[in-house]
Ligand binder design. Sequence first.
Ligand SMILES: *[C@@H]1O[C@H](CO)[C@@H](O)[C@H](O)[C@H]1NC(C)=O
Ligand SMILES: *[C@@H]1O[C@H](CO)[C@@H](O)[C@H](O)[C@H]1NC(C)=O
Ligand SMILES: *[C@@H]1O[C@H](CO)[C@@H](O)[C@H](O)[C@H]1NC(C)=O
Ligand SMILES: *[C@@H]1O[C@H](CO)[C@@H](O)[C@H](O)[C@H]1NC(C)=O
Ligand SMILES: CC(=O)N[C@H]1CO[C@H](CO)[C@@H](O)[C@@H]1O
Ligand SMILES: CC(=O)N[C@H]1CO[C@H](CO)[C@@H](O)[C@@H]1O
Length: 583
Amino acid sequence: MPTRLKNVSTIDPIAAHKKHFWDYLVSKSPVLRSLALLVIIAYACLAFALHRGPITGRKLNLPDLYEATVLELQAGMDAGHFTSVDLVKAYFARIEEVNLKGPTLRAVIEINPSALTEAARLDEERKKSGKRSLMHGIPMLLKDNIAAIGTNTTAGSYSLLGSIVPDDAGVVKRLRKAGSVILGKANLSEFARYRSALASGWSGIGGQCTNAYFPNADPCGSSSGSGVAASIGLAAVTLGTETAGSITCPSSYNNLAGIKPTLGLTSRAGVIPITEHQDTVGPMTRSMTDAAIVLSVIAGKDPNDNYTLSQPQDVPDFTKALNKDAFKGKRIGVPRHVFLNDSISGNHPSIAIAFEQALNTIRELGATIVDPADIPSAEEIMNSHNDSLIFAVDFKIQMNAYFEALIENPSGVRSVADLIAFNNAHPELEKPPGYESQSDFYEAEATQGRNETFWKQLAFDVELGATRGIDAALKAHNLDALVAPARGRTLMPAALAGYPIVTVPLGFLPDDVVPVPAGPTTVYPAPGVPFGLSFLGTAFSDFDLIGFGYAYEQRTRTRLARRAYPAAIPKTQLVDVIGKTTL
Ligand SMILES: *[C@@H]1O[C@H](CO)[C@@H](O)[C@H](O)[C@H]1NC(C)=O
Ligand SMILES: *[C@@H]1O[C@H](CO)[C@@H](O)[C@H](O)[C@H]1NC(C)=O
Ligand SMILES: *[C@@H]1O[C@H](CO)[C@@H](O)[C@H](O)[C@H]1NC(C)=O
Ligand SMILES: *[C@@H]1O[C@H](CO)[C@@H](O)[C@H](O)[C@H]1NC(C)=O
Ligand SMILES: CC(=O)N[C@H]1CO[C@H](CO)[C@@H](O)[C@@H]1O
Ligand SMILES: CC(=O)N[C@H]1CO[C@H](CO)[C@@H](O)[C@@H]1O
């Protein structure tokens, strides 16, 4: 069950207290007894009033923003208990509490200055003509590599600060049409970590984002801010992007439901690119239901991204996949070789223990577990770095085109070569101690376009990930999906193949884990940091994987088994903003 606002007081403890007090008084004088009775009645009335809220009982219906679901927020707005404006104010206040103050999570890189105006307009419209969709008035954060007119879109780099994009990203057009409110932009590993192997979650503009489950823990990347913001309710839902693990890993580390869709299901138009051969946009949310709602809005064809033309004729309503019986009669495989090997993944042993329990749960839910169901290309995938040439070549071509298409860029940067020079000229902004490297940019700049080697390697990658990878394992054992811990190499075959991954909470690292440095200021592993479970399937099996993620999530409800550390939990709730004219 979703958690509600904490009650100021509850009736039960008072009743217990009353009993002892009463016994004591009864043994004394009748006058005292009458007086005490009055006091008790008054106290009980007060407690009851505080508990139930004013006459209408309205406060009972206010969802706790730490966990609030899209459906709860819709119900509250439909019932008139609060507005989208209230939600925006509450989320702004929650961001203010923890982003640069207190635990300094640096999950949010920018607030959308028009969010309140957009929300007010959508509130008016709801009153007049009802809601456009389940996303109407729902405030969300976009990873800062997703263009939205009226906000900066920087990928975390000063080279793009103040740049004017030619248009909204394809997914943003769909979200606006559905009535979502763009609350702001989320911090990320700069350029979605195509710069160099810098600490996850760091960008020049946004600084070092950290996990809400342990002070200074690694949030994973590159959709770090989206992950941290969703994990503690700094927005209703968030969007991330994945090229190789950037939705899956931060969903895992931040206790979320994440969907990395099949390549071509969601448009990349207007998204700061790494490679069109792997980039995807997907939801990062606190529940599979929210993720399915968001994906249903953002999926679909876009003339500005021709990969979307390969998707099936009709995009399904992904909320129809939310079936607790999704595992019944299904065959789920375990790609044990390489992917369950801790000496390759570096996984803490507690992850494997939780994973074996998850297999039992999936069995109980009606699936046949095929174990092992190895991926034939597993070792080749582990040893191959073929994607680095694809990234380098595509980044140069696509990033140069992105810079060129900008209507304005105050930094003057118009190419990858300019970007390298900009970073070298502004080390105080882009090369603070511990974050100096831009080796990927140099590697990209040295490439000469999509030559014969490029096409060969690309074909080889698809073969590794798909034909001799995920599809081979599925076919050999007649499987519906594969399942493995999210952390480790699990994401690799899906990255190379352009195949979907659905990730849900699996567990938390134990309290006796000794924190180890993971960057200049971050640590991993660390006590209480979450880890996820990933379902993998073939192209456009997103619908089925959502069903599996949902059935597992509903049975286990792992997310609320542990909360963020106290200082990282914002205190502002809807009750603090409703009816207030100023914050
Ligand atoms: C972009 O960032 C600059 C610098 O912080 C700021 O002055 C400007 O208002 C921002 N633009 C938008 C559209 O928010
Ligand atoms: C998309 O269009 C580009 C040229 O504009 C072309 O090179 C590429 O092959 C097309 N991709 C698909 C999947 O149709
Ligand atoms: C796990 O990986 C290590 C390192 O590659 C290897 O030596 C070991 O045999 C593997 N273990 C299993 C059970 O495959
Ligand atoms: C293609 O480009 C890559 C990267 O620049 C280079 O390493 C490779 O040798 C080139 N292949 C051919 C056939 O020119
Ligand atoms: C909304 C917000 O808090 N934005 C901040 C993000 O982090 C940068 C760097 O610390 C600040 O300059 C922004 O104000
Ligand atoms: C450039 C590169 O790393 N190519 C490799 C691609 O993967 C195959 C199989 O692992 C290797 O044989 C190539 O050398």
